[in-house]
Design a protein around this ligand. Sequence first.
Ligand code: PRT
Ligand code: ZN
Length: 289
Amino acid sequence: MDKRDDILRVAIQKSGRLNSDSVKLVQQCGIRITRADNKLKAPAHNFPIELLYLRDDDIPEYVGDGVADIGIVGENLITEKQRSVEILRHLGFATCRLSLAIPRDTEYRGINDLNGTTIATTYPNSLRQFLDSNGITASIREIRGSAEIAPSIGLADVVCDLVSSGSTLISNGLKEIETVLKSEAVLVRGTSLPEQKQQILDKLLFRIDAVMKARDWKYILLNAPNDNLKAIVSTLPGLKSPTIVPLADEGWSSVHSVVSESHVWEIIEELQKFGAEGILVAPIEKMFD
Ligand code: PRT
Ligand code: ZN
């Protein structure tokens, strides 16, 4: 394998739940990649990185061993695979939790009820850590997949599996009883990188931060009656004070600002109370400090 220092090797999932958001993030960073014929490697055209397409289970190991320099993978696999990798960023997608579940009709009074049970999972290390830290003695049955069917076929009393919407558990007659860990996609790197690769990584992180920050904010534009301008400005807790431009219509101004995505609806209600009109909210593509 060639070990060029002027290219950063980025491992992403080949196909599956992490793939499209990982590719999207790279694209939003302005990096163009063309993957020919399902090849396992693809260079970027306009940035010194190369994508390696792998099974997600292999990413912690490949990054830990330096085959890839960085990777995008679920935090759950970082805990499970116990490789020495460093989490650089939480990426906010593929959120899920590793949970314990039992048949809906089984009584559950608390964590001590797990003593003496058999638990089926594809995450034995994470489960072991959880049981040890809670002082529980249970037997772990490692399986390859479809943990949710384990109780109904008599393989185990308890299931330990990833949950996102919860519908798989419900449709298998199970109820969630404990959360082992919470997870989302993370960007990881191995221990140390040569100077040249570190410089590429710093540039990439700068872009990723700008893309991620932009996700949390919206651009807002509105027309405000000058009489209420003060009240309107005070409802817009943007990054800096808003831009105010007089309109041709006497007595009105155009106000531009940036608002946090999570407060946008409350802010619009307030603005309308103060007579704001023509309110526009637009996504922001990139945002820099
Ligand atoms: O082929 P490869 O090995 O790369 O992929 P994979 O099949 O092992 O993994 P994949 O693509 O299914 O999941 C990749 C990562 O997505 C996981 O490691 C998690 O970090 C994350 N993720 C997020 C999930 C889920 N949500 C999820 N719901 N991974 C799996 N599930 C499964 C879960 O195992 C269960 O079967 O979905 C079912 C539950 O979903 P709900 O919505 O019914 O609760
Ligand atoms: Zn996998």
